[in-house]
Design a protein around this ligand. Structure first.
Ligand SMILES: *Cc1c(COP(=O)(O)O)cnc(C)c1O
Length: 441
């Protein structure tokens, strides 16, 4: 593969749900994005229900040949809208949650507690209590201390929660530092060398139903080797635990499968399934995976409008100020993430003259959504689509700089629904209270 940035043709080829129609208008899954911008204003998120369904089905199909039961738990944090959760529930997915809030939201979206996995460090007693009382599928314990709290809560509540140990396998997933979770020194999981002792403790504890192991080594993983290493580690541990007389009937391989934002070539889902099947498929364990980004990432677009352009002397790129910012889409500022950008109108003869940098209006130097891009020359009111924004996009939005949360639109088969209204300005300060003593002044 060449190192040249992908051409427009390549960008469209790898995303068959996008095309320009004969009027040069960008069509996303059958819908003219200009129409959505006109009706709902910008910035605005657009999610395709049909792409999400298609990806859910493709993932299921990739694992259909595996000779062990496999369950899939969607990582709710990637996009937690109840419409997304409801679609995936109907496609047979459970939920992987990382807070009591997500647990409640998954249940509110119609996912039964039995199909919910609770992972994540720093679970409060109230959150563990909620998980125990609602009898969720499994609690992935992240430390010796949490195991201790869990057993005392279970004893007090007179319940026997299903428990797995989330191990930190000390594997570098080769992804961005801030989304690596399985290296020695990362805050997640139980040191794999300590896991046998804790597994024995959990298995012997009458108040806990110890079912097995879990690992999640990071996100946006674009090579197969780290998955393979994690599966190998888990398989070895399962064999050792069994040799030690401990029953293991469940293994959770986490999520992390990457997508192509720019020039990455992540493993395809059949290869991913094959690696999991090769290492864990003969162990007579129920296998679970927790995909987030792979399912929802490509299903969302952030629509934005050019406010104005600030020319810069060459060789610097001009600044194009857009009405979406880091408070809407945090990934570029947070992880130096790349999102492909397409104009909503492929303005015919307008040839790129120099590179342009897309900057949001937020008062932070880091509020840049795309740096040095070669696009047709942009001017005021031009509309743009920021691609592959369906995961870790809207969920991470904030109202920094008193910017209301953007509207969210869902499309399917030409139908268009506003699934979240643009936040009103008043609601930004609705919950604020002035101290009583101000009245006296
Ligand atoms: C975030 C997370 C996932 C999902 O990761 P993706 O990269 O979105 O697939 C899965 N499991 C756990 C425990 C997580 O924290």
């Amino acid at each position: 593969m060449s190192n040249l940035p992908p051409s427009l043709v390549e960008i469209l080829q790898s995303r068959p749900w996008l095309r320009y129609d004969t009027d040069a208008a960008l069509i996303f899954d059958g819908v003219r994005l200009q129409d959505i911008a006109a009706q709902y204003d910008t910035p605005c998120w657009v999610f395709s229900a049909s792409i999400l369904r298609a990806r859910a089905r493709a993932l299921k199909a990739a694992f259909s040949g595996i000779n062990q039961p496999i369950s899939m738990h969607y990582a709710v944090k990637a996009n937690d809208h109840r419409a997304t959760l409801a679609i995936l529930q109907r496609e047979g997915f459970g939920a992987d949650v990382v807070s009591g809030g997500e647990l409640r939201k998954a249940i509110a979206a119609g996912i039964v507690p039995f199909d919910i996995v609770f992972s994540g460090v720093g679970k409060k007693d109230a959150e563990l209590t909620l998980a125990i009382e609602t009898e969720i599928g499994v609690i992935n314990v992240e430390s010796r201390e949490e195991l201790g709290r869990l057993t005392s809560l279970a004893t007090r509540l007179g319940k026997r929660p299903k428990v797995a140990l989330r191990v930190n396998p000390h594997i570098d997933a080769g992804t961005h530092d801030k989304i690596s979770t399985g290296r020695e020194g990362d805050k997640f999981g139980i040191d794999w060398r300590e896991a046998p002792t804790l597994s024995r403790m959990a298995a012997r504890d009458p108040h806990l139903d110890f079912i097995g192991l879990a690992a999640h080594i990071g996100s946006q993983i674009t090579s197969i080797a780290p998955f393979e290493a994690a599966c190998q580690r888990l398989a070895g541990m399962i064999t050792d635990l069994r040799a030690d007389g401990i029953a293991v009937k469940h293994v959770d391989c986490g999520g992390g499968l990457g997508i192509c934002y720019h020039q990455e070539a992540p493993p395809d889902i059949t290869e991913y399934a094959r690696v999991i099947a090769n290492h864990l498929g003969t162990l007579n364990v129920a296998i679970s995976i927790e995909p987030g980004r792979w399912l929802s990432g490509p299903t969302g677009i952030l629509l934005t409008r050019v406010i104005d352009v600030k020319a810069q002397p060459a060789p610097r790129s001009d600044f194009v100020f857009i009405d979406a910012a880091m408070n809407d889409l945090a990934r570029p500022a947070l992880y130096a993430a790349w999102h492909e950008v397409l104009p909503l109108h492929a303005g015919g003869s307008r040839k790129p003259e120099k590179a342009q940098t897309l900057a949001g209006p937020v008062c932070e130097t880091g509020d840049i959504l795309a740096t040095d891009r070669v696009l047709p020359p942009l001017s005021r009111d031009d509309l743009l689509a920021i691609l592959d924004a369906g995961a870790y996009g809207a969920v991470m939005s904030s109202t920094y700089n008193a910017r209301p949360l953007a509207a969210q639109i869902m499309i399917e088969d030409g139908k268009i629904a506003e699934i979240r209204q643009r936040q009103t300005l008043e609601s930004l300060w609705e919950a604020e209270r002035l101290p009583d003593w101000f009245k006296a002044e």
